[in-house]
Design a protein around this ligand. Structure first.
Ligand code: AMP
Length: 281
């Protein structure tokens, strides 16, 4: 049976009962409007744990545009049905006041710049909001393992840093990006794009594949310039395209054996991100 829970006391009671029965708890935080990408996280949690909790909460604190927050797709009823079909144990719909009732998080702690680069530079305050909500959720759910998509590569890095800095007793699991057959990374925001716009958005994956195929064959600056030049023909607005160190996320000046390419672009006003691991040829 899948429990639908809004109250923290009830959430804690059900989770404590599961733990008392010796069950391991896996946790998948989401903002809903679920797609196959989310469901892969859920399935992995189900495989690796005895009890899976999924949260659905569109977190205002991590949006830096009120339009983006207002237009963010929401589909709680369908989401609950999908999670019932996956036999999830608890679907938690946090209530804002309760969720943040105790601000457990230290005022300031150092994420060593991970939160200022890439998405952090384009969306000031975004990762502060992410950290606040994930930390609060971890305090309430207290999972043994938590599942995050590598589509949000920087988010995983930031949360990993938070967990190690605060010494939180949770193991983070990064799950590979799930894509549509045409290569487009699945995202709740894709729902806001027409089919034609989704085809236009394939420029992101094509650009990443170009970088992957050519990484190590020419200097990074030349490679990035060439990729950006190709993108000029596309009908979207590039926010950033960077090749960064896999740990620090600092843009690389010289080729290293392994790096990650990160891209963010607006397609008909909808902000899309994607990334790809690069291995030098
Ligand atoms: P969101 O609802 O967008 O906050 O996403 C919830 C979780 O699902 C995050 O850990 C995301 O990284 C993950 N996720 C979203 N899209 C994908 C995808 N296409 N493949 C894998 N994980 C994803």
């Amino acid at each position: 049976m899948t429990h639908r829970i809004e109250e923290i006391l009830l959430l804690r009671a059900i989770i404590n009962e599961a733990k008392a029965q010796g069950k391991s708890v896996g946790f998948v935080p989401t903002m809903g409007a679920l797609h196959e990408g989310h469901l892969c996280l859920v399935r992995q949690s189900k495989e690796e744990n005895d009890f899976t909790v999924v949260s659905i909460y569109v977190n205002l604190r991590q949006f830096n545009s009120s339009d983006d927050f207002t237009n963010y797709p929401r589909n709680p009823e369908q989401d609950f049905i999908s999670l019932q079909q996956e036999a999830v144990d608890v679907v938690y719909f946090p209530q804002t006041l309760e969720l943040f009732s105790k601000e457990f998080l230290p005022e300031e702690f150092d994420l060593e710049g991970l939160d200022y680069r890439l998405e952090g530079a384009s969306r000031p305050g975004h990762f502060k909001g992410v950290i606040e909500v994930v930390h609060a959720l971890f305090q309430h759910v207290k999972p043994a393992k938590a599942y995050f998509g590598l589509k949000d590569f920087q988010q995983v890095a930031v949360i990993r840093k938070m967990v190690s800095t605060l010494n939180l007793p949770v193991k983070l699991v990064g799950v590979p990006t799930v894509r549509a057959e045409n290569g487009l990374a699945l995202s709740s925001r894709n729902q806001r794009l027409s089919l034609e716009e989704q085809t236009e958005a394939l420029v992101l994956i094509r650009t990443l594949i170009f970088l992957k195929d050519n990484y190590g064959k020419m200097p990074i600056n030349t490679l990035l310039a060439s990729a950006k030049n190709k993108m000029k023909r596309a009908d979207l607005y590039l926010d950033y395209l960077e090749i960064v160190d896999i740990e620090t996320l600092i843009p690389l000046k010289e080729t290293t054996p392994c790096a990650v390419a990160c891209i963010a672009a607006y397609c008909s006003g909808v902000r899309l991100i994607d990334n790809m691991l690069l291995i030098a040829h």
